[in-house]
Write a protein of this length. Structure first.
Length: 356
């Protein structure tokens, strides 16, 4: 086998999905399974559906196309706001989409009319995280406009938190979303079926029993894949944390000083590195670099291995305390963080190995 590889354990993903679906459904929340971090790998999407998610969602049309072509019959939602120029593809591929621009929703309406289809819209509300969404004051007025558009079904309201501004979901801000949904129902006479209360960062509230009345859905990606909620990255009880494992080959092992020798300037990426003198240490290099994936958040599976950093093509490790000791030709495995997983799954240099 050629390294680096990323192993994807479908049965662990299915197990994690089941745990989260059970947790959420115990308080009446449906789970939208988010596939984007795997670039919509059909085996992962299928596992999520078999484990009970109601709907699938991805941020990209190319990924939704992949899911459609793999024959999955589930409702598919586009997570990233649609580009108005792609309205026809959106209506053609997606059951529904998350939206915040009335002109784009009008373009979706024209496309839906032309294609003789129906398109569901979840109107995104910005509750302070400053990523996508309309401000709360504009919700009722915008909803009224959407309600009159042919081919468009206003399915509900949604919000996204803890993505740009790091704002945490609370009973207060999610409660505001639920009460806005009720205001929209009164103003439009429509029944909204969905109040989408955020991503994996809302799980802590679920566990604490603090999700407010009226929220009906969470959109979960990272917590299914990596088994953690995303406020403090605490493990979801009973979930696997190693459904994805990256493995690379060791190409050098040597004893060297822990501080560079000579005058220190910028490193390969423009940073001036700082080092702590720990004397002579045993170091290893793996053939895994930033061209393959993002190296942040790698958690070594071999005891005593420490990640020092990396460059375009090399991952540098301190293996002085490694147990068993590390030799050239060994394969070392790591659990990736979210950024690393995202990069590895889309990298042409990392072989994807699916385990069932
Ligand atoms: C990525 C994304 C999600 C899923 O987030 P996780 O933290 O992976 O659970 C949910 N909603 C939107 C709009 C997204 O872009």
């Amino acid at each position: 086998m050629k390294y680096p590889i990323i192993e994807i354990d479908i049965s662990k993903i299915k197990h994690n999905t089941r745990r989260l679906v059970k947790l959420c459904s115990s308080i009446g929340l449906e789970v939208m399974g988010v596939t984007k971090v795997t670039a919509a790998l059909p085996a992962v999407a299928r596992a999520m559906l078999e484990a009970g998610v109601a709907k699938l969602a991805d941020s990209r049309l190319a990924n939704l196309k992949k899911l459609r072509e793999s024959g999955l019959g589930a409702p598919l939602y586009l997570l990233r706001l649609p580009a108005a120029s792609q309205a026809e593809e959106v209506v053609d591929l997606a059951t529904g989409s998350l939206n915040s621009e009335i002109d784009t929703i009008k373009a979706l309406s024209r496309a839906a009319t032309k294609l003789e289809k129906n398109h569901r819209v979840i109107l995104m509300v910005d509750l302070g995280d400053l990523r996508e969404g309309i401000w709360a004051d504009d919700v009722v007025r915008t909803a009224r406009e959407i309600a009159g558009l042919p081919g468009i079904e206003l399915e509900g309201l949604g919000t996204n938190l803890t993505c740009f501004g790091g704002v945490c979901p609370t009973p207060d801000n999610l409660g505001r979303l639920a009460s806005l949904a009720r205001e929209v129902e009164t103003a439009t006479g429509l029944k909204l079926t969905t109040v989408s209360g955020g991503n994996s960062s809302s799980l802590k509230l679920v566990q604490e029993g603090r999700i407010p009345e009226g929220v009906t859905q969470l959109r979960l990606g990272e917590s299914i894949m990596l088994g953690r909620e995303t406020i403090a990255r605490e493990p979801v009880p009973g979930a696997y944390l190693d459904a994805f494992v990256i493995t690379a080959e060791v190409i050098e092992v040597k004893d060297k000083p822990s501080v560079p020798v000579g005058e220190v300037g910028q490193d390969a990426f423009g940073n001036v590195p700082a080092f702590v003198d720990r004397g002579i240490r045993r170091r290893a290099i793996c053939a895994l670099g930033r061209q393959d994936a993002v190296l942040d958040g790698l958690e070594p599976l071999r005891t005593g291995v420490e990640v020092l950093g990396g460059s375009s093509d090399h991952l540098l490790l301190d293996v002085t305390e490694a147990d068993p000791p590390v030799f050239v030709g060994d394969r070392l495995s790591f659990v990736p963080g979210y950024g690393c997983l995202l990069a590895a799954m889309t990298s042409p240099y990392v072989e994807k190995v699916i385990k069932y």
